[in-house]
Design a protein around this ligand. Sequence first.
Ligand code: SF4
Ligand code: SF4
Length: 275
Amino acid sequence: MDQVALVVVRAVESGATTTKDIIGVTRLSRLKVERALSTLEKQKLLLRERQGSWALGFPVAPTVRQCGSCTLCCKVLEVTDLSKPVNTVCSHILAGGGCEIYHERPRQCRSFSCAWLQGHLDDDWFPETTGMVPHFGLDALNVQVDLDDPDRWREEPYFSKLCELSLKGLRVSEGRPYATLVIVGQDRYLLLGRTIVPDPTLFGTAFVPITLDTFRYWKATSLEHLQRLNDRVMEIQRIQQEFGHCAIPDDDDPSPPYRPALLQRSKELGVIRTT
Ligand code: SF4
Ligand code: SF4
């Protein structure tokens, strides 16, 4: 999927469901947004719903467990067809678990199953107990946290497991890459191993490893900015391969050429020696 399509998907995931809203948050041209929407619709990754709004429509993996008494997703997730906002208990939840309109429940409810239900996480991630609903999106593992216990995800053993999943998602060699995003009310946190990126932008985050599970990151404010940041990250990696080290720059908005500035700073800091 190209970067424009990815930005459009992220905009829909973050609540921009009409074409006008998507243009507003992405600042992309109408032509680019409409092309991306059309491509994503053909791939059945987005669906056009009534009143011209868009919804995610990616295929859901089969479930291997039972929800039992859990109804947490019916509280923490938004259900647009019912005009149910996030973090609001659905009026159709039955006492003891289940849905009183099960056979007529909206498409969004029918197509949802959390990552625990799909068997991706151990028993101790049962959402009713943890207060967290982890679910896979198109390019992300989203962890929606119940506002009754907003810091639960920072506690152990959950935080370490989220770090582990985040590192797995970043390694392209271990299957399809995905980002790990924690959502707490209006707040969003991107996890890069043990590094927490508050308020990640729709356009993406460039990063380089500092240790095995921590990262230096730069948040992009446009697709062009992301391209420049990623080009500099590639140059940092080339210098690291060539010289063993490279100084990590502090500035957030680089412009090419990157190599001379990186080499100069690395020499000044004494992390590399060149003849
Ligand atoms: S959060 Fe998961 S286990 Fe709980 S009701 Fe929803 S799908 Fe079922
Ligand atoms: S309609 Fe049923 S399945 Fe959908 S959120 Fe409400 S209780 Fe849950």
